[in-house]
Unconditional design. Structure first.
Length: 365
């Protein structure tokens, strides 16, 4: 099958109802040749078509286990890259809209990480003392960098386990691109805040002194999630004043202050499981992406559980929102007609090293 670029124009003008009909028809034609993977943050009108759902760790495993010829990833770019890396050679990973990126992933690129590594080498024996750990929310070339330098990938589900693995090998960790997940992980391991330093990639030596670099056990890249940064301690305080018996659960991409004031902190999979397994008639304030929170609220409503979104403003993953019914219909219909669109291909030299880092993660996890 040859890859070709086909105009999206006629699909872009379709009404949603027409798109849904074309999605159903195309899926029926494709049968078991296609599998749809959807992240928890995916919009509801696309999520309804998912064959497999989960957080980043779960979807990494699922991408490696499916037998479908086409893996259509309804998520963002780095997720589709992971699907390509972990899938079989004959399988094809597809992202319905190539503009579905991740602002956090964009905060750390290979050139800046390599410069960071060189600058660290001016102060310490970096290859002997530092393990690079990249959050799965990163480009494939950064996963490859970790693979090449004895590092590893982590997710919000397994960051503590991965950090323990990394510290067992070297005395320091360079953690990118999300400082908040790194800080919360270090705190949970008992590392003092003063031994965690933020590396600003736009400043010489990350804005740190040589002594600060030598003293730091955890070097945190100055990056964040644009959604989770919106949640504030004041939102939790207001909720507790109004509902003293209510419970607060947050994603570790939230700020340290929000995590400290939450009753539970964990990945999207952990959030879903915790609330579903909770006692009936409980009330929850949830600090994570809006689509997941709304979907979860509906799923547990019959048990008398009330699930509230933490922020008073709308906070959704705007790039994942780009995967809409129009793009999904366009993708599936072209596949059914024999044309691959938006295939994600990680270059072979990156693929091998990135897979090494991902395999280390899956083995440890």
């Amino acid at each position: 099958m040859q890859t070709a670029t086909i105009s999206f124009d006629k699909f872009n003008q379709l009404q949603d109802d027409a798109c849904h009909q074309r999605i159903r028809t195309a899926r029926a034609r494709l049968g078991r040749e296609v599998v749809l993977l959807c992240h928890h943050y995916q919009r509801a009108d696309v999520y309804q078509y998912a064959d497999l759902t989960g957080d980043s760790l779960k979807l990494s495993r699922l991408a490696a286990s499916t037998d479908a010829r086409f893996i259509v990833f309804c998520g963002v770019h780095f997720m589709a890259e992971v699907a390509d890396i972990m899938s079989k050679p004959e399988q094809i990973a597809i992202l319905p809209d190539l503009a579905a990126g991740c602002s956090m992933a964009d905060m750390a690129n290979l050139a800046k990480v390599e410069r960071c590594w060189r600058e660290l080498a001016e102060v310490i024996e970096v290859d002997q003392l530092v393990t690079p750990v990249t959050y799965i929310n990163s480009a494939a070339d950064l996963k490859a960098f970790c693979g090449e330098h004895g590092g590893i990938v982590c997710t919000s589900s397994n960051a503590g386990t991965i950090a323990t693995w990394a510290f067992a090998r070297r005395e320091k960790i360079l953690f990118f691109p999300d400082q908040h997940l790194g800080r919360w992980t270090g705190f949970q391991m008992g590392i003092p805040l003063e031994e965690m330093a933020v590396w600003d990639p736009d400043l010489e030596l990350g804005g740190l002194t040589p002594q600060q670099i030598r003293d730091a056990r955890l070097l945190l890249w100055k990056g964040h999630c644009s959604v989770h940064q919106m949640f504030q301690p004041a939102h939790i305080l207001r909720f507790r004043n109004q509902h003293p018996d209510g419970l607060v659960i947050s994603h570790p991409e939230c700020s340290f202050e929000v995590c400290r004031q939450s009753d539970f902190v964990g990945s999207t999979e952990h959030i879903v499981r915790t609330i579903k397994e909770a006692a009936a008639n409980t009330r929850w304030l949830v600090g994570t992406e809006l689509n997941l929170v709304n979907r979860l609220a509906e799923e547990v409503r019959h048990e008398g559980k009330i699930v509230q979104f933490m922020a008073p403003t709308v906070c959704m993953c705007s790039t994942m929102q780009r995967i809409d019914p129009q793009h999904l219909a366009w993708t599936l219909e072209n596949l059914a007609d024999g044309t691959v669109v938006n295939q994600i291909r990680v270059p072979e030299h990156e693929r091998e090293l990135a897979k090494l880092a991902l395999d280390r993660m899956l083995e440890v996890s």
